[in-house]
Design a protein around this ligand. Structure first.
Ligand SMILES: [Zn+2]
Length: 179
């Protein structure tokens, strides 16, 4: 059996060999196919290791990817906020129509005003419960998008509308009780 040592070890450390060792290794490789195959395999492995860095993501890739992700998240949140705002407005409009109809029927038939007031209260309780759920998500989504001044205007406007409605309904209720 042909002794392949120390040539096999030398092949794996070819860069650290002295000129004498390199010459001995070269002489061995000339007639040893087994060590030639090992040398070829090792050279191929080294070549692949050297070309591997090309597969590493180019600089800035991670940053750009995160920026894209953040932009997508903002766009999605903005879209959700508009959707929720639309839903809230639709709900408010439906409630306004109901209240208007209720007020109109109370005006035409004052005797039903007290009963109507109870009905409206039930509706309002349901609407408030629904608005609380929507509002929580809405506030979270809109907080970053709506400027503080607009928030104050919205809250003041809502308070004014509720006050107006309460005054109107209590008048109808008093009228209904009197008759
Ligand atoms: Zn050999």
């Amino acid at each position: 059996m042909m002794p392949h040592q120390p040539f096999e070890e030398w092949l794996l450390a070819a860069h650290d060999l002295s000129p004498a060792e390199a010459a001995k290794l070269e002489a061995h490789l000339r007639f040893c196919s087994s060590c030639r195959a090992l040398a070829a395999g090792w050279a191929e492995a080294e070549r692949r290791l050297e070309t591997a860095p090309l597969l590493v993501p180019e600089e800035g890739f991670a940053g750009r990817w995160q920026a894209t992700l953040a932009a997508r998240e903002v766009a999605q949140r903005r879209w959700q906020a508009w959707l929720l705002l639309g839903l809230a407005l639709a709900g408010a409009l439906a409630l306004a129509v109901l209240l208007g109809w209720q007020a109109l029927s109370a005006l035409l038939s004052p005797a039903h005003a007290a009963v109507s007031l109870l009905q409206v209260m039930v509706w309002v309780a349901a609407a408030v419960a629904a608005a609380q759920q929507v509002g929580l998500v809405l506030v979270r989504s809109l907080a970053a998008l709506v400027p503080p001044g607009l928030w104050i205007a919205l809250v003041v406007g809502a308070a004014a509308l509720i006050s107006l409605w309460l005054i109107t309904m209590s008048r109808y209720a008093i009228q209904g009780v009197r008759q």
